[in-house]
Design a protein around this ligand. Structure first.
Ligand SMILES: O=C(CO)[C@H](O)[C@H](O)COP(=O)(O)O
Length: 225
């Protein structure tokens, strides 16, 4: 199986994970990226069985709408029963690095409003220690240089993702060579830098379930804490 086939397999598995818990008033949190896109396409088959979705990006909202799935504002949806999203890296505690698609802030907000975070990923995303994937940090534009200097003090090699503007009108700095041996602590420390909107460490709110697409089938994992 190639990577796209693995992503499609986990998208189907995610649909199976939730299909018996869908009601006419259910609103589902939807992530961003190619794996989330496969999930949106699967979800469209059941669109008569639930109310709609909250999207973590404009791109996902457009895809949902194209399928005829109503998209709600998070402020009117209340708490969501599920949030389904991909990851750039995920460890055994189901802590993640996310934001390769620059949607980390809205992803973290929607995840925070969801009772169950179901991470869907192919096996290439599973790691022992987070940090090989450059850590995205969303930054207010005027703070870019300041935040870069502060990230260097924390041990990173920051690089501005030039040409990218987030859905919130901000910039992304990718941090190379971060030591992520204590993800919760680093998540907090980066958030404390003035000008940082959000960082791509999802450790304070890890996933609850990981559906991992492997060559020998989809594995369902819960956190080893
Ligand atoms: O965090 C994300 C977007 O900001 C994605 O979930 C992450 O980049 C994984 O993407 P893909 O499913 O395309 O591999």
């Amino acid at each position: 199986m190639n990577q796209n086939e693995l992503k499609q397999a986990v998208a189907k598995a995610a649909l199976e994970e939730i299909r018996n818990q869908l009601y006419k008033d259910t609103i589902i949190g939807i992530g961003t990226g190619s794996t989330a896109n496969f999930f949106i396409d699967e979800l469209a088959r059941l669109k008569q069985d639930f109310d709609g979705a909250v999207a973590s990006s404009e791109a996902s909202a457009e895809r949902l709408i194209a399928h005829g799935i109503p998209v709600y504002d998070l402020n009117s949806s209340g708490i969501l029963p599920f949030y389904i999203d991909g990851a750039d890296e995920v460890n055994a505690r189901l802590q993640m690095i996310k934001g390769g698609g620059a949607a980390l802030t809205r992803e973290k907000i929607v995840a925070a409003c969801s009772e169950k975070f179901i991470c869907i990923a192919d096996e290439s995303k599973q790691v022992e220690i987070l940090g090989d994937f450059p850590l995205p940090v969303e930054v207010i534009p005027m703070a870019r240089s300041h935040v870069g200097r502060e990230l260097v003090k924390l041990g990173a090699d920051p690089q501005w993702r030039e040409g990218v503007k987030t859905d919130n009108g901000n910039l992304i700095i990718d941090c190379y060579n971060f030591l992520l041996d204590d993800p919760i602590k680093l998540e907090t420390m980066i958030n404390n830098i003035s000008g940082v909107v959000c960082n791509g460490i999802f450790a304070q709110r890890p996933a609850d379930v990981l559906l991992l697409g492997c060559s020998d089938g989809v594995k369902r994992l819960t956190a080893s804490r």
